[in-house]
Design a protein around this ligand. Structure first.
Ligand code: ADP
Length: 165
């Protein structure tokens, strides 16, 4: 049987426990899950592509028992990348209503570009509902505690970048 490849795209600047929850759950519904770290010239990232990929990879290594996850970077139209890696579904996480409008529009556009690839939304778990890379960065920059939002390696990397001792 043909393996179902899922693509979970995002900025992952940096990866949070919310992303990890989606990765863990998505990896159970596809055969191979590709985490696609997006390069977007219009966005200013705190972490470079190499750093973002490295932080994702460090967490995937811990999920080894899943064993079907890989991290790639991409710098092109999402649907072109999805086709290139033969993804059948795109995975997105959905937090409160604020995510909905943007995701709804993007999914509609993507379906027009390639209707063979479905976008599947996983609802954020209750525990991770309010975690966003953006707020984690803001909290860390103001010397707030971020332990419960991100893995240890990410916490260390964020503190190194944002907290001047
Ligand atoms: P993007 O720039 O594409 O929004 P992000 O890294 O912010 O990249 O998010 C990637 C995906 O992960 C998006 O679908 C986003 O809704 C989802 N996501 C982010 N944080 C969480 C969370 N705490 N719980 C569930 N999904 C999340």
């Amino acid at each position: 049987m043909k393996k179902i490849i899922g693509l979970y795209p995002g900025s992952f600047d940096p990866i949070t426990n919310g992303h990890l929850d989606i990765i863990t759950r998505a990896s159970k519904i596809v055969d191979i899950l590709i985490i696609g770290v997006a390069e977007n010239e219009k966005k200013v990232h705190l972490f470079s592509m190499e750093e973002r990929k490295k932080l994702v990879a460090s967490q995937l290594a811990k999920l080894k028992k899943i064993g079907n996850t890989k991290v790639y970077d991409f710098n092109e139209l999402l649907m072109n990348f999805a086709k290139k890696i033969k993804a059948k579904i795109i995975i997105r996480g959905l937090r409160a209503v604020s995510d909905f409008d943007y995701e709804f529009q993007m999914t509609g556009m993507n379906a027009r570009i390639n209707s063979d690839i479905e976008t599947v939304f996983l609802m954020a778990s209750e525990k991770h509902q309010f975690i966003s890379s953006r707020f984690v960065k803001e909290i860390c920059a103001l010397n707030g505690e971020i332990k419960t939002f991100v893995p240890r390696e990410v916490e260390k990397a964020l503190k190194k970048k944002l907290q001047k001792k």
